[in-house]
Design a protein around this ligand. Structure first.
Ligand code: MBD
Ligand code: FE
Length: 257
């Protein structure tokens, strides 16, 4: 017998566990064959509409994070979400400012923070990868009329692990409702909103990549975030500084393994 070179033991392991729980789930939920067929048609529409990443990141990603990273030290991770793009423009000129239009709508926001390890040692030259929605509630490159990579940028922390970046205040995000994901939201009677949030991904040699989000106290949707991405430790205050707003949050990265 020749060995099947592409057999993946981890897939076998996960599929076995999945089947065990699937049977338990079916025994409890007792979907009939018609309901099964309706589900397959809906899942097919979901995929064809390109909404599979959206649906997964809204309804499943939070559970992956809570299960695996629940009680580890360091900043709590939050959802990567479906709107991350690799290779956002590198911003090198200080003061850092996210790429935006000349007449970008929205309130100017200065966001700052310090990145350290779990012992409080500053992590200089950490790559900070930033993305968010615009004042219309759109992410660039995903149906927005904004130019590619608008409000997306990468920059490095200074020798004290600090960074400070100019952007605009994000607004609450309404996930698309006109497709199969919206259909599903109607079935479960759930609103389509996420509280306003900043997405940040931190990368540093020898440390676990940290993917997280920042939320603002007082937001109307914090308690009922459709994607369940809010964590109390990721909340900060927006301070009014007259012609702009300012917010700060510090971040803690943990070593690889
Ligand atoms: C978002 O903006 C988001 O961050 C997530 C996790 C899911 C859908 C839209
Ligand atoms: Fe988002």
């Amino acid at each position: 017998m020749t060995q099947n070179a592409t057999k993946n033991e981890r897939v076998v392991e996960i599929f076995d566990i999945f089947k065990k729980h699937l049977v338990k789930f079916l025994e409890e939920a007792q979907p009939n064959h018609e309901e099964y067929t309706e589900f397959v048609k809906w899942a097919d529409r979901l995929g064809r509409a390109g909404e599979l990443p959206l649906y997964m990141d809204v309804f499943v990603e939070t559970h992956v994070l809570r299960t695996v990273y629940g009680d580890k030290p360091g900043t709590e991770p939050s959802l990567l979400g479906p709107f991350y793009l690799e290779n956002a423009p590198l911003v090198t000129e200080k003061p850092y400012k996210l790429p935006m239009r000349e007449d970008e709508k929205g309130e100017k926001l200065i966001f700052k923070g310090q990145v350290t390890d779990v012992d409080g040692k500053p992590l200089a030259n950490t790559l900070v990868d930033f993305w968010q929605d615009d004042a219309n509630g759109d992410y660039s490159s995903f149906g927005a009329d904004a130019p590619p990579y608008n409000l997306r940028g990468r920059f490095y922390t200074d020798d004290q692990g600090y960074f400070e970046v100019e952007t605009i205040e994000p607004i609450p995000y309404k996930i698309p409702t006109e497709g199969p994901t919206g259909e599903f939201l109607d079935f479960i009677d759930q609103h389509p909103y996420r509280p306003a949030h900043l997405h940040i991904k931190f990368d540093q040699e020898g440390y676990e990549s940290l993917i997280t989000q920042v939320f603002f106290s007082g937001d109307k949707w914090l308690e009922s975030d459709v994607a369940d991405g809010v964590r109390n430790s990721l909340m900060t205050d927006l301070h009014d500084r007259g012609d702009h707003k300012e917010a700060r949050l510090d971040f803690v990265m943990r070593k690889d393994q």
